[in-house]
Design a protein around this ligand. Sequence first.
Ligand code: NAD
Length: 259
Amino acid sequence: MELGIKGRQALVCAASKGLGRACALALAQEGATVTIVARGREALEATAAAIRAETGVQVQAVAADITTPEGRSVALAACPQPDILVNNAGGPPPGDFRDWSRDDWLKALDANMLTPIELIKATLDGMIQRKFGRIVNITSGAVKAPIDVLGLSNGARSGLTGFVAGLARKTVKHNVTINNLLPGFFDTDRIQSVVGGAAKAKGVSYETALAERVAAIPAGRIGDPAEFGIACAWLCSSQAGFITGQNWLLDGGAFPGTF
Ligand code: NAD
């Protein structure tokens, strides 16, 4: 299936590694012109070069912290009129809510709620004028089934989810959709360090700690970021204009509910 996004401009945040990178690659494979943003220039340039080599499309690399106003300005200066916006940033650290200060909360809200809202604000009206827009927010399975130690993530991402639920119904008549992708457990650097941390804390091997996690996933494995990227590209396709305000869980069946 052709996704009908050849030549579309895509701004993909936090995309030098992991899920963001997979989304950028899948969009580029469909012929979208991609601008990728991440803080560290070295990994970012390497990713841009790899996507260019694999797809032959134009890839811009913008080294910036997307959670700051300055970082967002630089990203938007490089890609002022995206047709596709993939919102993503690093997740907040785990912990106990008793230890979190107001500043910890503000950091989590900035990264995982207010940054996507600011980027939507900066790009949405142009999409509406051009009668095409696809916005995908990478959130977390924690929005649907909270993870106790990730209270900062549970809270901040739920705030974004509530906001998007209202806005997404107002934009769809202009062929601008807003949806959230909720990763379960995907094989990225972040997850490798989470599993590595758990292994160390329990005094077991990495393989044992990983097997414990996998035991809770009906698919019997963790997700491949490429699967996530393809789901994102499809949500950004010209064919997906009737889908908005949805929270699409990609978790190998780990969430046990009927809906
Ligand atoms: P990752 O660590 O593999 O990659 C994160 C990417 O984001 C890197 O390219 C990094 O440079 C970039 N980044 C981080 N903070 C940034 C910032 N402030 N500005 C610009 N770029 C920044 O992480 P991942 O596993 O791909 O996770 C992506 C998001 O999805 C995170 O918010 C994470 O919490 C969430 N998530 C991931 C999983 C999973 O299974 N991988 C599960 C649930 C939620």
